[in-house]
Design a protein around this ligand. Sequence first.
Ligand code: C2O
Ligand code: CU
Length: 529
Amino acid sequence: MSRLFQLPLLACAAVLFSCRTSDRLVTAAPEYFPTSVEGLEAAVPPSTLEVKDGDTVYLTASPVRKVLQGREVRMLAYNRSIPGPTLRVAQGAHITLRLRNALGIPTTLHPHGLRLRNGFDGTPDVQKAIQDGDTYDYILDFPDPGAFWYHPHVREDYGQAMGLYGNFIVTPVARNYWRPVDREMPLMLEDVLMDSAGIAPFRRDGADHAMMGRFGNLYLANGDTALSIRVKRKEVIRLYLTNACSARVLNLGLYYQYPDGELLNRNLRLVGADMGRFERDQVSIAELLGPGERLVAEAYFDEAGTYFLCHTKEKAGEAQVHVPLAAFEVLPDSVDTPYGDAFQSMDTAASPLAGIDSFRTEFARPPDKRLELDVWMDHSVMQKSSAADHLDPNDMGIEWDEHPTMGLANANSTAENTRWIIRDAETGAENHDIHWTFKRGDHVRIRIYNKAESMHPMPHPIHFHGQRFLVISRNGVPNPQLAWKDTYLVGRGETAELLLDAANPGEWMVHCHIGEHMESMMMFSYRVE
Ligand code: C2O
Ligand code: CU
């Protein structure tokens, strides 16, 4: 793209910025984080680092300039790439991650899903934020195989959305834990909200879009708006999929494109979730992935041509909309490995490698703890969503896009007029007033009810730090797809039964992974002694 084309865009950004400044003088409009690209280094392509037990990895978080759809925008990056480097680590390894903060604002790094030592979890409970210019050593443990990730735990509604995220891919100790494949590939997925000047700016004083979260209008796969991967025919690729969106639930499927453009849905083999493998593999044509959740899925490319990984919006009464996130260009030449043939055959026996069997006797136990998900809204933003009056219990209530009539209310909502609530249904305590203490080794049965009758019922991805849990059932139906999880998307009106394996001592957070909900208080901490 030519330099000439970019100049007017920069000029545009400058005009918008000065408007905002003068607005502030008159009406005390909020201050925003900077959007200028001046003096910033260009982003570099993401890399993969093989990290050995005992190694030290050096990451620097800093602003970069990056071209999105022909526009140069300011983003935030680890080691100048979006996503940050993929760290491939063996299960059981211990490494040091030295983070240097050059962001201009305080930050921390949260290793999402790792059952690590409490002091290195990057939350305000256990760590003072790293000031600009400072460095901090995180000692990380990797007891579980699978796809994990890192992101800041200070204003993640801003930092993560601006590009601060990367994967840990933890390779299993057990041989045959995963089936053999031709290739493995992490795909970190996010959406950014663009306006006419670039990425729509973020308020310094706290998150806006507090009601539904910030929905993007541009999708990135590994930081790329048009990611294209060359594949040989008959390749099987194991995809490690991470939803790094602030608010958007992804509905992921693989599609083959006919020469006339028509898309044909192909199977994905779902082999793992957040923290390791499913007890049973499953074949699926589309799978929901909430913010913070991961999915390990194998894809088989048996025909030459183009395949897409798509996010499919399914609005009731409307045609599906497929959003291509990544393209796979399959060459006529085929690989000579036999993995494609094995792809067709399904193991239906539960695998002991998932490590779930010994917990099954506790599934029927009544809950020890009951939580409710709710919201309080000020009159200035209160608009009961019309859908709430006639809820379909089979509908998770996914908002596929910014709500058509509530967009403005959402954009203007903040923690001052919108407070998301996790409530202990036994004591009535809410958010930071909840104080749970468990003994190390406790298995805690937790029921979560996502109130259908709240002012704005919607799904919430609930994340427990530092431990792992099983989703035993949803709305009374036993979960046929058991796997260890750290984040679970609780649908609108849903009752979910969890079993938390409280094995890791410390002070740990629970929160909704929608960045804006977290900024509007949807969190509490619990202690394992
Ligand atoms: Cu990925 Cu507390 O978050
Ligand atoms: Cu939420």
